[in-house]
Design a protein around this ligand. Sequence first.
Ligand SMILES: Nc1ncnc2c1ncn2[C@@H]1O[C@H](COP(=O)(O)OP(=O)(O)O)[C@@H](O)[C@H]1O
Ligand SMILES: [Mg+2]
Length: 401
Amino acid sequence: MSLNLLQEQQEQEQEAEKPPSYHPRPVRPWRVAVIANVKGETPLPIDAPADAGAEFDRRETIQAIQDAIESDGHSTRFLSADESLMDTLREYRPDICFNIAEGIMGDGREAQVPALLEMLRIPYTASRVLANAVGLDKTMTKRIWRDHGIPTAPFQEFVTGSEPLDAELAFPLFVKPAREGTGMGMSEKSIVRNEAELRERVLWVVRSYHQPALVEAYLPGREFTIGVLGRADARQWTRNPRLYRADGFHRFPVLEVDNNNTVTPGVYGHLAKTLHPGDEGIPGFICPARVDAPLAEEMRSLAIRAHQAIGALDVSRVDVRLDAEGRPRLLEINTLPGLTPGFSDLCVLAGAESLSYTDLILEILYLGASRWGLLAQPNKLVRVPMSVNGQRVFARPLTFE
Ligand SMILES: Nc1ncnc2c1ncn2[C@@H]1O[C@H](COP(=O)(O)OP(=O)(O)O)[C@@H](O)[C@H]1O
Ligand SMILES: [Mg+2]
């Protein structure tokens, strides 16, 4: 390559590292619906397991999201993700929905609200229908990751519970419901050491949760969670271009979950996930995790690949464990990561690097809005035709700053 070409290439690469200096703005304030299922308010099926609804949000979280969005000049309303949603959407007519709804039942419950919004052609934040449905299903997710060469523990799905165990799976194994979250159906009893324990636990999962059981190799190593925020073109649409690397993704610090000495020893199970800071038996949360920089970087790039492999958009959180050899193995992806201020993992990650809760929420909102044409870049702003002394002129770009 000639010296000139090399220099040109280097300049282009340096240029790509530089974030743009302009800040896109909404053309006008939006009406934003925050759509969620609320603990104790959303009705659940009568035969639901005891820990059903564990992923639902509290009113305080919804209010915190509304406050963050309103601080940017928009108006908001909470809409409950249940049978009333079609009517409340028609009445409120939001410009965009901030979706955190877990959904109520079925094999793709986290995709229920996105599917309804797609049908009504209403913009919304974060992942769309397919990625939310796949992300909820841990077996499907692992099949896609395996196809992409993304490291995940060997596994087998049990639909009836009487299937013979694959020869490649050796005890100890880990048994979990294929389509739940928040540690539902998981405790130290999920670790099974022989055939009898395996059968008992698999049948318990199938019967209690009315869904297949996912059985995977038990990963004995340390546990981490990795936040993903961004998209290839994120720097074009963000309020903070410096947040994102040239590939469009932000790198949060890595969070380690220390499961030694918890209420569910060795496992970040349901009981451990319902405890609050200061409670007895809560896991240790170490952020930034004390890991070598190359391992942290490897886990971050695996999380971004995992996010892209299932077609997730804008935000997610990926759980990782190390195997006996200390190699990272991906457990699952959360396309609707919890957003309880100061408590949910993603908020802890953001807090550890002084990214405020408001900024985190507005990043998710702006990334979502940009996909639906709701943000104007300065060079593409709407210009309002006006006339001066009969002469047609264009006024200043229409923004509401
Ligand atoms: N294969 C495994 N080996 C060891 N521990 C596991 C395995 N799978 C899950 N766990 C433990 O169970 C917890 C919850 O599992 P996860 O798949 O992340 O489900 P959830 O959606 O409920 O968070 C993990 O955080 C981890 O502590
Ligand atoms: Mg998890």
